[in-house]
Design a protein around this ligand. Structure first.
Ligand code: ASP
Ligand code: MG
Length: 473
């Protein structure tokens, strides 16, 4: 049973400085006056990156450089805090709390510098400091608006496995812990402000959910508390039909399905952490994406079934930092196990494979990885196939970094014939050469590989062709 409860999350830019925090606090307060509300907050924007730099500096033995980062972060947080809470007496307990967090950071960096070793555990502890600084500040800002509010560390709520840097929640334990800690606050009319991004193992060891993980924190808590809805407040108007920097006609999509949103998140639309929707699928909790800088706009609502629009295509997305690797030549026909060996090699080097295509003549296998993974993937493949290359059974392993993937996403494309055909014929008209194509059997995504220089033309053309420029009635 869902309860009358909202979980809302504010990303780094939405709490980026004092005026952003005030805006966020006003949004929280307006909601909390009508319905019980839990807010999840990220670190102020850029802070997590700086903390990771501090950790890396400490690893080289340079704890001085790490401390310099802390001094800078202290000045930044102090300035925001002073402007948010002019009254010294009300400010003091928050400043003390922040000092404790900084002291912990210094100790962690000292230890790291001494050992010249940055363990995944220490890196998690250091990178979590930003959220532990922002949450007390946001709670203070909400109190300034005459509401009761308290910062809560998610180590008490989100119970995870011990996979540092990308921990997974245990939903049963998380539900028990969250209900036990947050219900009494909510019942007493207190708005909890929870640190995003972090959790803890059952033994209490701090973990993080991965970069950008505060979205995930919000939906984990939404599911754990049986929330009515989750609202992700960010700095864009929701999920758009395409990247507005490339397609000026891009529009906000009012309603989109879980599956469509997940495809877009996976394919680099960067609005949501890719795992965000997992926790809410079972309970069918809607997730909103809204702009904290323009709260009067409705944003995008992500629901289980979405909403059908005209031609079935909902949005376009492109990923650019990718590299095409192809392996083949006529000699690989019939060579047993080439596919298996290729992908066990990519798995061994933990390359993220985004798209695979093989012609039925078996002359060529090509696949796409993130450019960051390309070099180690190719080296590993050359090693794996060194004998075959020497005997020319495999003729080449080629690398092409000048390509990009464009994905056409829409759940209702399923069963509508001709979308792929239409896409390729309009792109052909614009002289965009298609290098490879893949369509998942779910038919909610058609992806194709083109030259990077053609991305803008491809997006503009397809956007127009599928009527995405025009707002749905
Ligand atoms: N602060 C964390 C990061 O920058 C988590 C988040 O912002 O979602 O990755
Ligand atoms: Mg983020």
């Amino acid at each position: 049973m869902k309860s009358r409860l909202q979980v809302m999350k504010f990303g780094g830019t939405s709490v980026g400085d004092a005026s952003c925090i005030t805006r966020a606090a006003q949004i929280v307060a307006a909601a909390a006056r009508n319905t019980p509300c839990v807010a999840v907050v990220s670190a102020m924007s850029g802070v997590t990156n700086r903390l990771i730099e501090a950790a890396k500096a400490a690893q080289t033995g340079d704890h001085g450089a790490a401390f310099a980062v802390f001094d800078q972060l202290r000045a930044q947080h102090d300035a925001a805090l002073t402007s948010l809470i002019p009254d010294e007496e009300r400010r003091l307990p928050i400043r003390q709390r922040m000092e404790e967090v900084f002291a912990e950071g210094r100790r962690l960096c000292e230890g790291t510098a001494l050992l010249r070793e940055l363990t995944p555990r220490a890196l998690d502890a250091i990178s979590s400091l930003g959220e532990r600084l922002s949450a007390p500040m946001v709670a203070g800002a909400v109190r300034e608006l005459d509401l009761q509010s308290e910062a809560v560390e998610a180590t008490q709520l989100i119970i995870t496995d011990g996979f540092h840097g990308g921990a997974e929640p245990d939903m049963g334990l998380t539900r028990d812990a969250s209900q036990a800690r947050l219900r009494p606050l909510l019942d007493a009319g207190v708005v909890p402000i929870v640190t995003g991004f972090i959790g803890a193992t059952p033994a209490g060891q701090l973990t993080t959910l991965g970069r950008g993980g505060s979205d995930y924190s919000a939906t984990i808590l939404g599911a754990a508390l049986d929330a009515e809805e989750v609202i992700i407040w960010t700095d864009v108007d929701g999920v758009l039909t395409a990247d507005p920097r490339l397609v000026p006609q891009a529009r906000t999509i009012p309603v989109i399905s879980y599956r469509e949103a997940a495809e877009l998140a996976y394919f680099g639309a960067r609005v949501l952490h890719p795992k965000t929707l997992r926790p809410v699928i079972q309970a069918a909790i809607p997730v909103w994406i809204r702009n904290s800088f323009a709260p009067e706009r409705l944003g995008t609502k992500i629901t289980p079934e979405g909403q059908s629009t005209g031609g079935g295509v909902k949005a376009l997305t492109a990923i650019r930092d990718v590299t095409l690797i192809s392996l083949g030549g006529p000699g690989i026909v019939g060579l047993p196990d080439v596919v298996g060996r290729t992908f066990s090699t990519t798995a061994d080097v933990r390359a993220n494979v985004l798209l695979i295509s093989q012609s039925s003549s078996q002359n060529d296998i090509c696949f796409i990885v993130s450019s960051a993974d390309a070099q180690r993937t190719v080296e590993a493949l050359r090693k794996e196939f060194s004998q075959d290359l020497a005997h020319q059974k495999v003729e080449h392993i080629n690398v092409d970094p000048t390509i990009a993937i464009v994905a056409v996403v829409g759940e209702n494309m399923r069963g509508i014939p001709g979308i792929a055909g239409k896409t390729f014929s309009v792109l052909g008209d614009q002289h965009v050469n298609i290098i490879a194509i893949a369509q998942g059997s779910s038919e909610s995504n058609i992806s194709f590989v083109i030259e990077e220089k053609d991305v803008k033309t491809a997006l503009l053309t397809a956007h127009r062709e599928f009527g995405l420029d025009v707002s749905p009635s």
